[in-house]
Design a protein around this ligand. Structure first.
Ligand SMILES: [Fe+2]
Ligand SMILES: [Fe+2]
Length: 240
């Protein structure tokens, strides 16, 4: 595979808040990007802050590593990682307009939070501005923020993206990494998903970050299956 070196970017200089504030300055991380990703990296480097763009490269890298473990397409998996936050920095009004256009339900107050809304909106940007048509990629991007009804086409793809989002090298969430990374790379996806949710919800509450009812419902289902035990169910039956 041919690679292009992506130059290091300066820090955004923004104090930021929420998750963005915890995306480290990636001054020591240099990612190799496959040449076929270049149109997408060009787009994203112009649309995202440097910190968010570097985060996206990190998620791409983890997805590349997870693809062979979970039988994901070696091109689709990193592409989903790269594009997963494509709409993260759009103004809220624009996200709400996209949500209405694609009929994302806006019933619960949390549905209107950018933290959750940006998943479906990023899938929209990936589809209509980046020209990405792979339904697995678009689905995983849309659902990485816990929104979406019905059974996904690929549970493994969706969970790999959520976990890659949490484990990319720029995050400094050491406790999460210690608890979850060995499970993910040991192909224990359901247990990894459960551990991640057990960590995530208290973390969001502790930091005053909004949660979504869908997250609690998901945690409840995962707890039934995986709390203190290894339930041998196929990856495509893990609740999403
Ligand atoms: Fe995201
Ligand atoms: Fe992300």
């Amino acid at each position: 595979m041919e690679y292009a070196s992506i130059p290091l970017l300066p820090e955004s200089g923004e104090g930021g808040g929420g998750i963005r504030a915890r995306v480290r300055a990636f001054s020591l991380v240099l990612y190799n990007v496959p040449m076929n990703m270049e149109p997408y990296t060009t787009f994203l480097s112009q649309r995202l802050t440097p910190a968010r763009y570097q985060h996206s490269l990190g998620v791409m890298q983890v997805m590349e590593a997870l693809a062979p473990l979970y039988g994901l397409d070696p091109d689709s998996a990193p592409l989903a990682g790269l594009a997963h936050d494509a709409a993260k920095e759009l103004p809220l009004e624009q996200m709400l307009a996209i949500a209405q256009e694609i009929r994302t339900p806006l019933d619960h107050p949390s549905d209107r939070e950018p933290l959750f809304l940006h998943g479906p909106c990023s899938a929209y940007v990936a589809r209509f501005e980046m020209g990405i048509e792979d339904p697995l990629v678009l689905e995983a991007i849309a659902r990485h923020t816990y929104l979406g009804d019905g059974r996904p086409r690929s549970t493994a793809f969706c969970w790999c993206l959520r976990l890659a989002d949490m484990l990319e090298p720029g995050r400094d969430w050491h406790v999460l990494r210690q608890r979850v990374q060995p499970l993910v790379f040991d192909r224990r996806l359901g247990e990894a998903a459960h551990e991640m949710m057990e960590w995530l919800l208290p973390f969001l509450v502790e930091h005053g970050i909004p949660t979504h009812p869908a997250q609690y419902e998901l945690q409840r289902k995962l707890t039934l299956l995986f709390a203190g035990k290894t339930t041998p169910i196929p990856d495509d039956q893990i609740p999403v």
